[in-house]
Design a protein around this ligand. Structure first.
Ligand code: TRP
Length: 335
């Protein structure tokens, strides 16, 4: 596995924290699990059934799921619970995702954990308010229509957010590739999670004397063509926390790196897949936090009483191989 070559540095972008971690989280490239696995992960007194839906398979979502499952397993006994998890993968297909969520409702699960925005939206449509929904890694829960107020959730829906400071990514871009002025914005139009990051990105670029080209795709099959066109027009590419682009990231990086165009991304796993650099959060920590919220709700706390939790520690991740290929100096971020 190539991951060892990479280095993630926790920076004190937010107050207080300046821990150092090597190599990101260990779970980033977990093997894709097949759909429809059901497992008993902990034994305790009160038995609970959790429906776990993951939008699709890409390294970051796999990392989150691994952390959710292992934390549920480890911590359920502390809550006096035994938890059975019905894990289903939505294969990024809206009708599959809806069917899975409806099945969870028919099976009368005690709680649904939904990983990524489109999965969370389907879970809420199917189950709220009867069955609590704990979402994980939803970039903008308000724009996604999951909660009206991050601090006051309602309808039995709450969870964790991976919102990021978009400005920090462009400031990193300015530092690493100061000549990049015209950015390509690469994203999928159907993902609400990308929409608000893009609003911030456009605002930053406009305020900082840069220009941008939209690279909107409707589906994963359109990504390669969009990148191939884009690399002829832009100095650098920016990718928001977009599941469709994350799935296609190895191809995106290959085309862009060959053309000498740096790709700035918003999650560490997209750097491991060939992007130049990211400012993002630790998704193993996010998954653990999601599981803790689920356990609290399973043991009697109302989801409406738990504010949405957003991770505040951000880390810079760089890819030294990509940097070398592009002739960019990332030495200060490599140990
Ligand atoms: N935040 C994304 C969403 O709201 C999900 C996600 C988590 C993601 N980690 C990612 C997307 C990494 C792309 C890359 O749906």
């Amino acid at each position: 596995m190539k991951k060892k070559a990479y280095l993630a540095i926790l920076t004190a972008l937010t107050l207080g924290a300046s821990l150092f971690t090597g190599c990101g989280s260990s779970a980033a490239s977990s093997a894709p699990a097949s759909a429809a696995t059901s497992q008993v992960v902990a034994s305790g007194s009160k038995s609970m059934k959790v429906g776990l839906i993951q939008l699709t398979e890409h390294p970051s979502l796999d990392e989150i799921r691994t952390a959710v499952v292992s934390q549920l397993e480890e911590k359920a006994p502390e809550y006096g619970l035994s938890v059975e998890i019905d894990y289903q993968n939505g294969q990024n297909d809206p009708s599959t995702i809806n069917t899975i969520c409806q099945q969870f409702v028919a099976d009368k699960v005690d709680l649904i954990v939904a990983i990524a925005t489109p999965a969370a939206q389907a879970a809420v449509a199917a189950a709220s308010p009867d069955i609590p929904v704990i979402f994980s890694a939803v970039t903008d829960p308000v724009t996604a229509g999951l909660v009206e107020d991050l601090n006051a959730p309602s309808h039995n829906v709450t969870g964790t957010s991976d919102a990021i400071p978009v400005d920090a990514i462009f400031e990193l871009a300015k530092e690493l590739t100061p000549d990049a002025k015209n950015f390509g914005l690469l994203y999928c139009t159907s993902e609400d999670n990308s929409a608000s990051v893009l609003r911030d990105a456009r605002a930053y670029l406009e305020a900082n004397g840069c220009t941008y080209e939209e690279g909107a795709v409707a589906a994963i099959g359109d990504v390669q063509t969009a990148v191939a066109t884009m690399v002829n027009k832009v100095d650098a590419i920016f990718v928001p926390i977009d599941n469709t682009i994350a799935m296609a990231m190895p191809a995106v990086a290959e085309i862009a790196n060959k053309a000498g165009v740096p790709v700035y991304v918003s999650a560490d796993t997209m750097v491991y897949d060939g992007g130049l650099a990211a400012v993002g959060i630790n998704y193993t920590n996010l998954g653990k936090q999601t599981a803790e919220m689920a356990l609290k709700v399973l043991s009697g706390t109302s989801a409406n009483e738990l504010a949405v939790e957003t991770l505040t520690d951000k880390q810079i991740t760089v890819n030294p191989d990509t940097a070398k290929a592009l002739g960019v100096d990332v030495q200060r971020y490599v140990k």
